[in-house]
Design a protein around this ligand. Structure first.
Ligand code: ZN
Ligand code: ZN
Length: 202
């Protein structure tokens, strides 16, 4: 089972005028291979917050030589940007559904991973300073790179079609889910195992 990422909702900084006002700013979302948010266009002052729902492009991942694709390719994500005196608190939240082959039987497997990220970005800090978010460059927040990293961190050790997947028969290569069976004699012969391993790689 995927581990749930630790996630605490940001407590918006309370400005001198009381609780922050929430300002909705719509900027044209462009669907390209990289989804970015231009922080300069948000027009929020210290203590104010920007919230929006964006479709974030997530690139496919390659794991153990297999390709895993987010479906949809551009899942909806909640983006919250809170302006502080010296920078931004950035939050990204989405549920990514990942499709690809089962590690054991190579059938289709799908899993939904809740992705929750929180970053601080100081706009005053010098380049490469640790107070700068690695996902912000030229005041643009790269939502795609962030989502992809969160996805990579949230992945379980094994992607399985189901927890109890029986996998492929090491002797004949057939699915043990569809056809549970044993090979009484050949199973002990190491030459058969070598052949089965070879078959798995083909
Ligand atoms: Zn399986
Ligand atoms: Zn078999």
């Amino acid at each position: 089972m995927p581990r749930a990422a630790a996630w605490t909702r940001a407590t918006p900084p309370i400005g001198p005028g009381g609780p922050p006002t929430v300002e909705q700013v719509q900027t044209g979302a462009t669907l390209s291979s990289v989804t970015q948010l231009d922080l300069r266009t948000l027009r929020i002052r210290s203590g104010e917050q920007f919230r929006d729902t964006r479709q974030v492009h997530v690139d496919p991942l390659t794991l153990a030589g297999q390709r895993y694709v987010a479906v949809p390719r551009e899942p909806e994500a909640d983006v919250v940007v809170t302006r502080t005196r010296s920078g931004f608190v950035l939050e990204l939240s989405l549920d990514a559904r990942l499709h690809g082959p089962c590690f054991r039987c190579l059938d289709d497997a799908a899993l939904t991973l809740p992705l929750r990220g929180r970053e601080y970005h100081s706009s005053d800090a010098p380049e490469a300073d640790e107070l700068r978010s690695q996902y912000v460059s030229d005041d643009r927040l790269d939502l795609s790179a962030w989502a992809r990293d969160l996805l990579a961190l949230a992945l379980p050790d094994k992607i399985l079609c189901r927890d109890e997947c029986a996998g492929l028969c090491p002797v004949c290569g057939k699915s043990l889910n569809a056809e549970p069976h044993e090979h009484a004699e050949a199973g002990d012969d190491p030459r058969w195992e070598a052949l089965a391993e070879l078959r798995e790689r083909l």
